[in-house]
Design a protein around this ligand. Structure first.
Ligand SMILES: [Zn+2]
Length: 372
């Protein structure tokens, strides 16, 4: 089984039992399984079906098999040196699925209370470390790293509403939308504002607004309703076609960074918008792409170098695609030639006119046609 297949398999169990036991961040146990078991290749994984390195603590894990598996344990000391614990006892399971359920039983004691109270995967990992689930000094960093590189946070979307609050704009700082939504434009607040306060500030004080506001902790606040166009990007043409978002910064100039939580929310929000309006995230470097930037329309740094780099290097759109539900999308680059009609193009790709969601830069010479 390759790494990706292992992740998908464990993720299915993790999401199922995180739901059952009320844990918010299955990404954590997925990452632990990958690292602790070497993607299912360790001795414990093979002989005891224990992929999360759970030491035997008696009846705490009721789903475990009655027998105990014995093997040496390598533990790290606070000074970084290692010691070996001879013949340590480990839980044994029937299969990996029961091991994942066992994991949630294992941490369902007051000693791990802070793990359940954490409001991010990073917080959950810090709480596990503080409770000495493991003794490795750098495992926390490796887990967070893996969660980010494999985008494991996509599995954390368990029944939590994406948009948790809204500010009523009362029809202000917006206009009727007359164009189809086919773009997404992330902006930066150039400051670390509370998203509700930023929306209210826009509504009541300045000539600016956005459809959504994302706070430093990842909270998404709805502002100008989606069916109205906001005043965000210094371009009527863009804002008529875009869902626009203001994101809080966690650092000042020159980088204008945004937090991982804010980035995650931005990815999920973009995925939601793309799914809902039927377009794919694509940065083309100019205003014709479906991901556009404020700086394309006005001399500004917006969305700030940090976010701009993630977008320009396509990390953002790749993350969004992974988070999208509607993945049954084919992209075909079609070069329009004279005589082409929608009907003839649809016929050529064995689809229907209705199924071709035309991007807004039609009828440019080269066009990505999206078929779902
Ligand atoms: Zn902007």
């Amino acid at each position: 089984m390759d790494k990706q297949a292992f992740i998908e398999k464990i993720a299915a169990y993790a999401v199922k039992y995180a739901k059952k036991y009320g844990n918010k961040f299955p990404s954590v146990v997925i990452a632990q399984s990958c690292i602790e078991s070497g993607y299912g290749t360790s001795e414990l994984a093979k002989k005891a079906q224990n992929i999360v390195g759970m030491k035997h603590k008696g009846a705490r894990v009721s789903i475990a098999l009655p027998e105990v598996y014995y093997k040496d344990a390598a533990e790290q000391n606070a000074d970084g040196s290692y010691r070996t614990v001879k013949n340590d006892g480990w839980y044994k399971f029937k299969n990996w699925e029961e091991c994942i359920e066992g994991y949630y039983q294992f941490i369902s004691i007051s000693h791990y209370k802070k793990v359940w109270e954490a409001d991010s995967p990073e917080g959950q990992i810090a709480a596990l470390k503080a409770a000495t689930y493991w003794t490795s000094l750098d495992l926390d960093k490796r887990l967070i790293n893996l969660i980010n590189t494999e985008n494991l946070k996509r599995f954390d979307k368990i029944d939590t509403p994406l948009i948790s609050k809204s500010v009523d704009f009362m029809g202000k700082k917006s206009a009727q939308r007359t164009e189809k939504i086919c773009k997404f434009t992330p902006h930066h607040m150039a400051g670390n504002m509370d998203p509700v306060n930023c929306a209210i500030y826009h509504r009541d004080k300045v000539e600016a607004s956005a459809n959504y506001y994302i706070g430093n902790d990842g909270t998404i606040v709805a502002g100008v309703p989606e069916d109205r166009r906001a005043y965000t990007s210094s371009s009527k043409e863009n804002d008529q076609q875009a869902i626009t978002v203001e994101v809080a910064n966690c650092s000042k100039e020159p980088d204008w960074k945004i937090s991982d939580s804010a980035y995650r929310s931005l990815v999920l929000l973009c995925a939601y918008v793309c799914d809902k309006y039927g377009f794919i995230p694509k940065y083309t470097g100019d205003k014709n792409g479906s991901i556009t930037l404020h700086k394309m329309f006005k001399p500004t740094l917006c969305p700030g170098p940090y976010l701009e780099e993630l977008i320009v290097n396509k990390y953002f759109e790749e993350d969004v695609k992974k988070a999208m539900k509607n993945t049954n999308i084919t992209e075909i680059e079609h070069v329009w030639t004279s005589g082409d009609t929608l009907e003839s193009v649809a016929k050529k790709y064995n689809t229907t006119v209705e199924k071709i969601a035309l991007d807004n830069w039609y009828p440019r010479e080269r066009q990505i046609i999206v078929i779902r």
